[in-house]
Design a protein around this ligand. Structure first.
Ligand SMILES: [Zn+2]
Length: 104
């Protein structure tokens, strides 16, 4: 895929998702950082799982350039609002709940 941004964390390659805000829903957690995802496929190329990771601090992208991913501050929404949280000049990222092992 062209335009894909890759970061290597703990020796694994992750795709870096664009940082964008989400409406503040009660009980949701946000973090000032980068959202990284990694798809695991089996030997036939079939999707096995998706791993999501949130990182802060400096991140090396595509092995070339360094960006500041965020300060790592976490936010818990205690009052719903249509606005977004900004931190370090960028929207804070909505944290997905940890996926439960599926049984299908
Ligand atoms: Zn921040």
């Amino acid at each position: 895929m062209s335009g894909e941004i890759i970061a290597i964390v703990d020796g694994k390659e992750y795709q870096v998702l664009e940082r964008k805000g989400a409406p503040l829903e009660l009980g949701k957690r946000f973090i000032c950082g980068a959202e990284l995802t990694r798809e695991t496929v089996d030997k036939d190329g079939k999707h096995v799982s998706t791993e999501t990771k949130y990182v802060s601090g400096e991140l090396i992208l595509n092995g070339i350039w360094t960006v500041y991913a965020g300060c790592g501050t976490e936010f818990l929404v205690t009052k719903a609002s249509p606005s977004i949280i900004e931190c370090c000049g960028k929207p804070a990222v909505l944290q997905k709940p940890k996926p439960l092992p599926s049984s299908d």
